[in-house]
Every structure is written in C-alpha cells, then in structure tokens.
Design a protein around this ligand. Structure first.
Ligand code: SF4
Length: 388
C-alpha cells in the first residue's frame, strides 16, 4: 500500500558526498538512521544547512558528549510491559519501536537501539492495567510511531480501548503526516477506523509532529484534511531546534500553516538533554525568546501553546523570562501536590534544562514556590502506588 521506499543506510544516499559517507555511517552505527524517498526528496541538497536535512541526516557533532539516553527517566514510569503511567489521568502505550524516518534529535532514540525492552508488541498487559485504573481517561499510543502498525493491529488496540468505559480520549502520537502522508491518504480502512471510534463519548486525537513549514507539502495537507474529515481532532507539538525551527519567522510560518488547517500548536518543547542531541539544542532563554517573537506573528488561536520541559518530575512550562528571573510552573506534575507550583530561578542564558537552573536569590524552595491550592476533594486523588 505504501508508496514510499525506505532507506536504512546513509551510504545509499547518492547526494551525500562520498567523502562524508563513512563518517556519517559511523554516527548511524551509534544512533540509528532511517528515512524514506518521499521525505529525502524534500531536501535541498545544494544547501548544506537545509532544515529537512538537519532533521534526518546524521551529523558528526552528534558524537559530542551530551546528556543521557533516557533524559527524563521514563524508565521509572513503567507500570506494565509497554505501559507508562506518570500523570493520574493519562497512560502511554508504547506499541511500536520504529518510525517513518528517525529524527536525529529524538528523545526516545534508545528505542531504536538493539537492546531496548521498553516497547511491547502485545498490548494486553497495558490494556489490563488501564482497565483496572478508572482514573485513566486519556491513553496515548506512542513508541515509535503507532501509525506504522498495520491497520488490523491498530484496530485491535483502538477497539479494545473503546470497550473501556473510563477511557475517553485516545491520542496517537505520530509523525507520519510529515514523514509519509500516504500512510493516511491511501488507507480508507484506517480513516474508517478513526471515524467509527472518534465519537461523542471521546475523540481520537492525532498529535502531529511537524518541525518545519517545508514539511507541509500538498500530500501532508491532504492527509491532515482527511483526518479532519474522519472526525479526528489534531494538534502539533515540536521541540525548538537549532538549524531547523529556532527562528521566529520560520516558527510563525509553521504555526500559521498548521492552524489554518485546524492543527493548532499544543506544546513547544525545550529539547531534552538527550545523548547525541547537542547540535540541535538551544538554551531555555533562547527558546522562550524565539517562541515569543514568533507568537507576535500568529493568530490568537495559535497562541495558546506553551513552552515546556518534559522533566522527570513533570511538565514544566516557562511562562515568562525577565531581566533577572526565569519563571517556571508545573503544568503537569508527577507528584500531584506540585501541580500548578510556580518556581522562580535566576536568569541564566546558558541553561538548557530545569536541572541547570539555580533558585532566584538562593531562596529555599518553600520561600519562592507557590502552589495552587488543590480543589476540595481532589487531594484524595487515587494514584497508583508507583506515582506516590
Ligand atoms: S517521530 Fe518522534 S519518536 Fe519518531 S524519531 Fe521522531 S522524535 Fe523520535
């Protein structure tokens, strides 16, 4: 069915000069390479800084020491094989360990390595866990890319989830609309599956992953339109990436193109300090500045998105930066008593991650942190043992 041809070795890409191929092949021995002819055709090979090239073609600078393979310690969130549960109402099912291509800056690149045991192709243990935990109203299918599974297998998972009364929203984290839109446009059965299961009881959301406006081809727009007509709700999330979208005009163009198609931005992520990602990362203050400059060029509907760090302790947004202070706030916290907590840190233009920040004026956490009081009754949230 798929019209794309997968390319699994940089040595097969004629446009990469012969003298660079060996070095890049070495990088891809450490951090897996995968692309396809549709996506490679978007690259302007005359431009060594082409942003699409930066997304999928390895760089030698990836070998520079930086970060950790599991920078947000996702390993700590497993409650069953292939199932993570970090926030009360949301569970993740890691259903696949392959993507339509591999983003060089992937925060889960460890899944593409040989000894990964985090993905579970049998969804049963995760589904059993979700069934027993009525506080889970959202399930995110992720990996890897769930849309690389066959429609038959996806049907099995989605229809099982729909039988669980307390699961309302089914999210699918996917970059296939950018990497291989034919996966959607050529599979009416997939669209029918979404149409049947995105209901008034609970919608299906596709969490798209467009990084750059050049990914918004006619084929990609057609795929988004077909998903929309199949009753799928859509958002986009992207990290801010050096050489790709860390530029206000580029980012504004991406945001506008997506919002015009009904795909508003959801999160802009501060890149996790993941191994191999040094060439793509920018400091927190730069991310905040670029994003806020971009926001002056987009519609109000697109301005709802947040800049966030997916930190081990929770999703920490960066709502403001002043001359002296970086303001952070727990948008979602692993420990619910931190939900809404505001933290002030000393401004540091070289800081890349929450752990690099120093509390403003060396105050103790109890002095500078403000927590939103929990609503009556919500302090008694039933949380699984592992999240307490
Ligand atoms: S689509 Fe997501 S999971 Fe797949 S390689 Fe890119 S960042 Fe990683």
């Amino acid at each position: 069915m798929s019209r794309v041809r997968y390319v699994k070795s940089v040595s097969k890409i004629d446009q990469i000069p012969e003298e660079h191929r060996a070095a890049l092949a070495k990088v891809s021995e450490r951090y897996a390479f995968r692309a396809n002819d549709y996506y490679l055709n978007l690259i302007d090979w005359d431009d060594p800084d082409d942003p699409i090239r930066q997304i999928v073609i390895p760089q030698e600078a990836e070998m520079e020491p930086w970060g950790a393979l599991d920078a947000s310690n996702e390993a700590d969130n497993y409650v069953a094989a292939g199932c993570q549960h970090k926030y009360t109402d949301t569970a993740l099912l890691l259903v696949n360990e392959v993507c339509g291509a591999y983003c060089r800056f992937c925060f889960r690149k460890r899944l593409f390595m040989n000894d990964n045991e985090e993905v579970e192709f049998d969804p049963k243990p995760g589904l059993d866990y979700i069934r027993k935990n009525p506080q889970i109203s959202n399930v995110l299918l992720t990996g890897g890319d769930p849309l690389l599974l066959s429609t038959r297998r996806l049907t099995g998972i989605i229809e099982e989830l729909r039988k669980i009364e307390h699961v309302r929203i089914i999210r699918i984290g996917s970059k296939m609309t950018a990497f291989n839109p034919f996966r959607i446009t050529e599979d009416q059965e997939l669209l029918n599956l979404f149409d049947r299961n995105s209901t008034k009881h609970g919608r299906i959301y596709v969490m798209n992953h467009f990084n750059h406006p050049r990914e918004m081809t006619l084929e990609a727009k057609t795929a988004l339109d077909m998903l929309n007509k199949a009753g799928v709700m859509m958002v986009n999330q992207t990290p801010l990436l050096r050489g790709i979208n860390a530029d206000p005009e580029v980012l504004a163009e991406l945001i506008n193109e997506l919002s015009w198609l009904g795909v508003p931005p959801y999160y802009f992520f501060q890149c996790r300090p993941t191994e191999g990602n040094k060439p793509y990362e920018i400091p927190i203050v730069e991310s905040w500045t670029v994003l806020n400059q971009a926001m002056t060029m987009v519609s109000g509907l697109a301005r709802r998105a947040r800049l966030a760090m997916s930190h081990e302790s929770g999703k920490v947004e960066v709502p403001a930066v002043t001359d002296d202070i970086i303001v952070c706030r727990y948008h979602r916290a692993k420990n619910p008593s931190n939900d809404g907590r505001v933290m002030l840190f000393r401004r540091d233009d070289e800081a890349y991650w929450l752990d690099d920040l120093v509390p403003f004026e060396n105050q103790k956490p109890s002095d500078y942190q403000y927590r939103v009081p929990l609503a009556e009754g919500s302090a008694g949230i039933v949380r699984p043992e592992h999240n307490k």
